[in-house]
Ligand binder design. Structure first.
Ligand SMILES: Cc1cc2nc3c(=O)[nH]c(=O)nc-3n(C[C@H](O)[C@H](O)[C@H](O)COP(=O)(O)O)c2cc1C
Length: 192
């Protein structure tokens, strides 16, 4: 089983990447092959809406995103982790989502499902955090991530959201977050 994790933060080793690493460790300990893509390291453009994908479902923009497409197609489970930047996932992560327009075309226009017919969707986990305690902090991102998960045949299931996490390393002081991320990563593989 392959578990793909997208690290949405440009701050390396920050709070959301720390939780993503815990989730991937949980998945790996449960027997999965895990891979992390740090989206801020990708040299890539946003979607140009060039319609170059409409016939084939393949993006014609030749940049680092080309290395991510096979991972998105072949993964068996998906973890997305992001800090909240002005009430949403980071721009770097959103750019990756937007570049999945070719996969949306593949699925909805060309009828190419990412799971075999009749099989359940691939399990997904969304990890998000932010520095404030704002009640609606995660609402916009939940909608965005649900949309991309649906397009990739990923089930929107568990979400781990943490407020008041701001300085680098704050998440390590949280009483339960690291364990919760590890357990959620494990459950992606065990299904329990
Ligand atoms: C550009 C920017 C925008 C931010 N916007 C928000 C926000 O809208 N709401 C919030 O609660 N925190 C906001 N924050 C704080 C981050 O979400 C917080 O510092 C988080 O812990 C960073 O996680 P990371 O270490 O994974 O990058 C913002 C931080 C930056 C740099």
């Amino acid at each position: 089983m392959k578990v793909l994790g997208l690290a949405g933060s440009p701050r390396r080793g920050g709070n959301s990447e720390t939780l993503l690493d815990r989730a991937l460790a949980g998945a790996q300990d449960a027997g999965a092959e895990v891979e992390k893509v740090v989206v801020s390291r990708l040299k890539m453009r946003g979607c140009q809406h060039c319609d170059g994908c409409v016939e084939t479902g393949l993006c014609i923009v030749q940049d680092d995103m080309q290395s991510v497409y096979p991972k998105l197609r072949e993964m068996d489970a998906f973890v997305v982790a992001s800090p909240m930047f002005f009430m949403a996932v980071t721009a770097q992560l959103k750019a990756v989502f937007d570049r999945c327009q070719c996969l949306w075309i593949a699925k909805y226009d060309l009828g190419q499902s990412f799971v075999p017919e009749g099989a359940p969707k691939r399990p997904g986990l969304f990890i998000a955090l932010g520095g404030t305690r704002f009640k609606h902090l995660f609402d916009p991102s939940r909608v965005i991530v649900k949309s991309i998960f649906a397009s990739l045949d990923v089930a929107y299931g568990p979400e781990l959201f943490y407020r008041s996490i701001d300085k680098k390393g704050d998440i390590r002081q949280h009483p339960t977050a690291l364990d919760e991320a590890y357990a959620a990563g494990r459950r992606l593989v065990t299904g329990e």
